[in-house]
Design a protein around this ligand. Structure first.
Ligand SMILES: [Zn+2]
Length: 344
């Protein structure tokens, strides 16, 4: 995509989860902790090293040591719990794809969201991921112009993402607890009797609050409109995150507390990528339409000192979303028209 920054939107997004939240630390493995235990120690300590641990900033070796030393007490604040950006980004993208697919479910690629993991060209041509579809070089136009709507925003192999999330530290006021559960055997429906016994122990945090920053560089208006829908569904608690969704874990609710838009100093009013591209040839190369209507209202300048970019903050967030959601609706209508034209 473009090598220069034309515009940028930044969202402060605060998420809360009253019940259990488990963002599992990928470095932790129960086997690693218990591998040097002798049989007596294994027996004595059986049951209190959990199956999964909340993501934290303790070094891997130190983590193992702390777990061995801690007895049955759940870990405290000094562990530095946080939600990694990827754990927010994953469910966020999946939900955006779901929205696109539910509106364009009948459409062939690239008019609906691809399945990024699908690589079977023989049997699943219809749902093939964009990165796989694009293995042949595209010459006359940019990759951006030929990928599906989801990959335009989130990227795929060979095309960088334009949306970024940052790691979010957990604010004070949470509880760090162990949740013991009975493992259910998937085949018999009864209590699981395999290795490790029936009990599963999970380390979860309850009553958590955390804030991430979501940034989109070089946005098109419909992309902000898509975010309006994704953020709304997170606000109503429709999108769980982390491990154990079927156990009721990770029921987050998120709300936007601040929106900032930046654009080059030389421009007198806020714009989006379509109208900031230098000319029609460049727009065509990226497959982007311009949009003349002035869009951004309810904004207030931020005095940012010496900078090549001006920034404004949005003063009426609901009105902002409403206008942008309409842009996404128009974009979908346009895709729909293109599909019909292709068929006839
Ligand atoms: Zn795609």
């Amino acid at each position: 995509m473009l090598k220069r920054k034309l515009c940028e939107a930044t969202f402060q997004w605060r998420l809360k989860c009253k019940g259990p939240l488990l963002i599992a630390d990928g470095r932790y493995s129960q086997n690693e902790v218990t591998k040097n235990f002798d049989n007596t120690e294994k027996k004595e300590k059986k049951g209190w090293y959990p199956d999964k641990f909340f993501s934290n900033r303790v070094g891997s070796d130190d983590m193992t040591k702390r777990i061995r030393d801690a007895g049955s007490n759940p870990p405290d604040k000094t562990w530095g719990f946080y939600v990694p950006a990827t754990s927010i980004r994953g469910p966020f993208r999946a939900h955006a794809e779901r929205i696109i697919r539910s509106l364009m479910h009948y459409a062939p690629h690239p008019f609906t969201a691809c399945d990024p993991l699908e690589q079977d060209k023989e049997n699943h041509k219809e749902t093939l991921g964009c990165s796989c579809r694009l293995e042949k070089e595209v010459k006359e136009v940019s990759k951006y112009s030929v990928v599906c709507p989801a990959c335009k925003l989130f990227g795929c192999a060979g095309l960088a993402s334009r949306i970024y999330f940052i790691d979010a530290g957990i604010e004070d006021g949470y509880r760090s607890v162990y949740r013991d559960m009975i493992g259910i055997d998937r085949f018999t429906g009864g209590v699981y009797k395999g290795a490790g016994g029936a009990n599963m122990r999970f380390h979860v945090l309850e009553n958590t609050t955390f804030t991430t920053t979501v940034t989109i560089t070089n946005f098109e208006l419909w992309q902000l409109g898509l975010l309006a829908y994704v953020f709304r569904d997170f606000e109503t608690g429709l999108v769980p995150i982390g491990f154990g969704k079927t156990k009721g874990f990770g029921a987050v609710k998120g709300s936007i507390t601040e929106i900032t838009l930046s654009y080059p100093n030389a421009i007198t009013h806020i714009e989006h990528m379509g109208s900031l591209l230098s000319n029609a040839t460049e727009r065509e190369y990226y497959g982007i339409h311009t949009c003349a209507a002035p869009l951004f209202e309810h904004i207030k300048p931020i005095n940012g000192g010496l900078s090549l970019y001006k920034s404004v903050t949005v003063t009426n967030i609901p009105a902002f979303w409403e206008k942008l959601a309409a842009k996404f609706n128009r974009y979908i209508e346009d895709l729909d028209r293109q599909v019909k034209e292709n068929i006839t």
